[in-house]
Design a protein around this ligand. Sequence first.
Ligand SMILES: Cc1cc2nc3c(=O)[nH]c(=O)nc-3n(C[C@H](O)[C@H](O)[C@H](O)COP(=O)(O)OP(=O)(O)OC[C@H]3O[C@@H](n4cnc5c(N)ncnc54)[C@H](O)[C@@H]3O)c2cc1C
Length: 390
Amino acid sequence: MEKEAEVVIIGAGIAGLTTAYYLAQLGKKDVVVLEKREIGCMASGTNAALVSAVSPAYGTGPESDSMIKMGLFANDEYERFHNQWGYDLEFERCGSLVLTETEELFEKRKSYVDLRHKQGVTSIRLIHRDELFELEPNLAPDLYGAEFRPFAGHIMVMYFMCALGDKLRESGIRIYEYTPAIAIKTEGGRVKSVVTPQGEIKAKYVVNAAGIAAPSIGEMVGIKIPIDPNREQMLVTEEMPRIISHPLLSASYFTDLDRTGGVNETKAFACNPQKKGNILLVGVNDFVGEDRRISLRAFYAVPELASRYIPMLKTQNVHIIRGYANFYVHTPDSMPIMGKVDGLEGFIIVGGLCDIGMTLGAGVGKCIAELIYYGESSIPIQYFSLSRFN
Ligand SMILES: Cc1cc2nc3c(=O)[nH]c(=O)nc-3n(C[C@H](O)[C@H](O)[C@H](O)COP(=O)(O)OP(=O)(O)OC[C@H]3O[C@@H](n4cnc5c(N)ncnc54)[C@H](O)[C@@H]3O)c2cc1C
């Protein structure tokens, strides 16, 4: 392994690899990516694959303007990668639906939609029952309406992460798998090098893109990063002719999702139909440390909840063929942590992407690459600074 690189990125998830990608696009190729295991082995390769572009999880403050810009950029990029890279990444800009179960929830979403219109996202709109059932005839007949988000899409994340790795290697970026960062050396208030079992690499910039392990990377330089692993369990149905064609979320997903430590299997419904006919069912969400096991509870509770919205899952006896779990990179305010860190020159964090890391993904990487290359990013990211927690 080389002894020196201008930029060393720790972590080959979406945050680390897209940062490397946009650095290469800007002409900066003296970049090394270190990955403890394999590319995309954590949340980035095993999530629900929904790239919403404009997620309801962005909130309503000024920071949501920046998140909208990152998300819209990311979706355009995913479409471009799908069309230009020579791989079928199963990207589809199919639109998504936030289902409102009651008139009250429907009315509540009006102010949210108005705000997004003011922010320039004019295609998002509320639709009533008739239009909803034209788009999705197999939904439960008692649903009141929906918020339709025509710009949203999905992508096969396992293919995407592998393709991104290939593209980076082709462009000259060096990625070392099974090479964890085990220490970071500093000198005179700036980063000096990253230590791995295979040797030490001097670096001008060290990017902490280690997902749920970001706090342990922070500890190496005496910086506290408030990130907790929040386990999400997913179930996969068998392949079948499509009974739904849009990613779906319940409006109650956003009101009832307990981000503080609860368990959400009974209310927060979300699912994503895949190109090959499987449906990914988003499931039980809880704080259990770094336990990645699937619980039996998920196999009962998640299909039960999903059948409330898509009754055919039950009436057609659709089988669940697989389950998996991984971690949301949870922050106290559910917003990303991005940017330079006061008091330690050259140390950059990109993480805390919570449940919208694929949605923001390429936008996040572009911002961090610009921050390194130009000293600032074209999309304002000051809202996401670590210093907000002090
Ligand atoms: C089940 C589930 C469903 C989700 N669904 C969606 C969705 O539909 N849409 C959406 O937008 N988002 C979704 N998300 C969120 C999204 O997947 C994450 O926000 C995003 O993948 C986080 O990316 P990351 O690069 O920050 O972290 P990660 O993907 O976790 O990558 C961090 C990498 O760092 C490596 N690493 C750790 N320590 C070290 C070390 N010491 N040295 C070297 N490497 C190290 C890890 O091995 C890992 O590969 C979902 C998440 C989960 C868990």
